[in-house]
Design a protein around this ligand. Sequence first.
Ligand SMILES: [Fe+2]
Length: 131
Amino acid sequence: MLWTKSLEMGVPKIDEQHKELFVQAEKLLDRSQQQRIPETLEFLKNYVVRHFTDEEALQRRSQYPKSAFHHNLHVDFVNKYKKLYEEFKASGEKLSVVLAINSLVVNWLKDHIMVHDKEFCQYYLKQAQKN
Ligand SMILES: [Fe+2]
């Protein structure tokens, strides 16, 4: 599995959703799941948006000072994802585009989690301790 313990943030809801994103991204590489690629891509698109919405709600609730900046990172990712998703459909469901989407999701997520989500989760856990 592409998710590793080092990606765990200690905020259960966020960790669960991150794990699910990696599971879905991994499905794109699984030959036995090939028939379901369009479905998986659609699911991923919606799940990413849901995850970002939930994460941003936690940021607002805890008055995270970098929430606007973090939101922009999410928007940027969604735009990149949508662009590739459109390319996938326009290309007649080309496998090379599927691979590009997989690496976008996996690489972007890993970097994003380790830098930006980590910073937020550390803040969030500290705030939670105070209350
Ligand atoms: Fe995030």
